[in-house]
Design a protein around this ligand. Structure first.
Ligand SMILES: *Cc1c(COP(=O)(O)O)cnc(C)c1O
Length: 349
C-alpha cells in the first residue's frame, strides 16, 4: 500500500478540523454545560450529541469484534461512500474503479465530486477477476469499490479475487458488506488487521432493520478512521439515532431471528419463482433480495407496470448492465411474498 499521506488529498491531510464545544470538553467530568449555546430546558434533544458517538461505538465494537478506534459512523453508508471521494480523490485528477453492475451510489458520488468513475464489467456469472480490475487502474486510482454480496445481482463475489485485489492494489479497497448478515460467510472485518488498505462498509439499513435511522458503519485502520472523522460534519449522527441504535444492539437476538426468517422466506420464494411461467432465470442470492430474469415473451417493464397496478412494487433493473429484462425482488413478510407470487402466476403476457 502507498502511504496514507500519498493517498489522502493534500488539503485534507493538512486540514485542521472544526473543533466543536463537545470535542473540547471531552475527557473531563462536568455537570454544567454553558459552552454550546443550547437551550438549557431538558427536552431529551436539547443538547448536541456526542460528535464521535463513543457509547455507540463501544457497543458496536463488542458486537462486531473490532476496536472502537477502527469504527466510523455516518449518516447512512452513503456518507461513508461520499467521504471516500472527499478524503482520497482530487477532483478531475484522481479516479476510482468499480465493478459493473453494482450499487449506484458509488457512481453518483463520483459525479458529485467530479471524480472519474471507471467500471469493469462483471462476467456472465456476475463475478470478476482481480487482474482485470487492476488493469483498469493507473497511478491516479485511489479507490477500488467492491460490493459483496453485490447489489443488484445478489451474489457474493469470489473471495479469492477480493483478497487478491486487496493484496495487489496500492490504494484503498472498499468492500461494501451491506448484506453480509444474509451471506453465510465470515465478514472481511477479520482481515482488517492484515490489510491497512481495506475499508469495510456495513449498515443498520438492511438486516438490522433500521433504514430510517440513517446509520452506516465504516471499519478500517485507526489512521483512516481518524482522517474520515476530520472531514465529516461535526454532529453527523443525531442523538435519536444513537439512542435507538444502542437499543437495537442490546437485543441482537431479535435481528438474528429476523434474518433467519428472511433466509427461510428467500429460499421458499426463489423456489416458487422457478415455477412461474414468465420467469426465465432466478439468480443465486447471498442477500435479502434476488434477481429474476423474465422471459423475452413477457418483458420486465410490462410485468413491473402490471405489479404497480396491483399495488406491489419490485425494482425494475432492465436498464442496468447485464440485467436486461430483470427484476430485483426484496424478500418481505410471508403474506407479501405470496401476494407477489400469486400476481405473477396470474400474469398474462
Ligand atoms: C442498501 C445499501 C447500502 C445502505 O446504505 P445506507 O446509506 O446505509 O442506507 C449500502 N450499500 C449497498 C450496496 C446497499 O445496497
Amino acid at each position: 500500500m502507498k502511504s496514507l499521506e500519498e493517498l489522502v488529498r493534500k488539503n485534507i491531510w493538512s486540514l485542521k478540523p472544526y473543533s466543536s464545544a463537545r470535542d473540547e470538553y471531552s475527557g473531563h467530568q462536568a455537570h454544567t454545560f454553558l459552552d454550546a449555546n443550547e437551550n438549557p430546558h431538558h427536552t431529551g434533544v436539547n443538547r448536541y450529541p456526542d460528535p464521535l458517538q463513543r457509547d455507540l461505538k463501544a457497543r458496536i465494537a463488542k458486537v462486531k469484534g473490532v476496536p472502537a478506534a477502527s469504527i466510523f459512523l455516518g449518516n447512512g453508508s452513503d456518507e461513508a461512500i461520499d467521504l471516500m471521494y472527499r478524503v482520497f480523490c482530487e477532483p478531475r485528477v484522481d479516479n476510482v474503479v468499480a465493478i459493473d453492475p453494482t450499487y449506484g451510489m458509488y457512481g453518483v458520488c463520483a459525479d458529485i465530486n467530479n471524480v472519474e468513475y471507471r467500471t469493469v464489467k462483471l462476467d456472465s456469472s456476475y463475478n470478476f477477476k482481480a487482474k482485470e480490475l487492476l488493469a483498469a487502474t493507473d497511478s491516479n486510482t485511489k479507490v477500488i469499490f467492491l460490493c459483496s454480496p453485490n447489489n443488484p445481482t445478489g451474489n457474493d463475489l469470489d473471495m479469492a479475487e477480493i483478497i487478491s485485489t486487496i493484496d495487489s492494489f496500492q490504494g484503498i479497497v472498499v468492500v461494501d458488506e451491506a448484506y453480509i448478515d444474509f451471506a453465510g460467510r465470515e465478514s472481511l472485518l477479520r482481515k482488517l488487521d492484515k490489510y491497512p488498505n481495506l475499508i469495510v462498509l456495513q449498515t443498520f439499513s438492511k438486516a438490522f432493520g433500521a433504514a430510517a435511522l440513517r446509520l452506516g458503519m465504516a471499519f478500517a485502520s485507526p489512521e483512516i478512521i481518524a482522517t474520515m472523522n476530520k472531514v465529516k460534519y461535526p454532529y453527523n449522527v443525531n442523538e435519536l439515532t444513537q439512542e435507538r441504535a444502542m437499543q437495537i444492539l442490546e437485543n441482537v437476538d431479535v435481528v438474528k431471528n429476523q434474518v433467519k426468517y428472511i433466509l427461510q422466506q428467500r429460499s421458499i420464494m426463489m423456489e416458487e419463482f422457478g415455477k412461474i411461467d414468465i420467469v426465465e432465470t432466478v439468480y443465486p442470492s447471498a442477500a435479502n433480495f434476488f434477481l429474476a430474469k423474465i422471459k423475452d415473451t413477457a418483458d420486465a417493464t410490462a410485468v413491473y407496470n402490471y405489479l404497480v397496478g396491483k399495488g406491489v412494487i419490485v425494482r425494475n433493473r432492465t436498464k442496468i448492465t447485464l440485467c436486461k429484462n430483470s427484476l430485483r425482488i426484496t424478500v418481505g413478510l410471508e403474506n407479501e411474498n405470496q401476494e407477489l407470487i400469486n400476481c405473477l402466476k396470474a400474469y398474462k403476457a
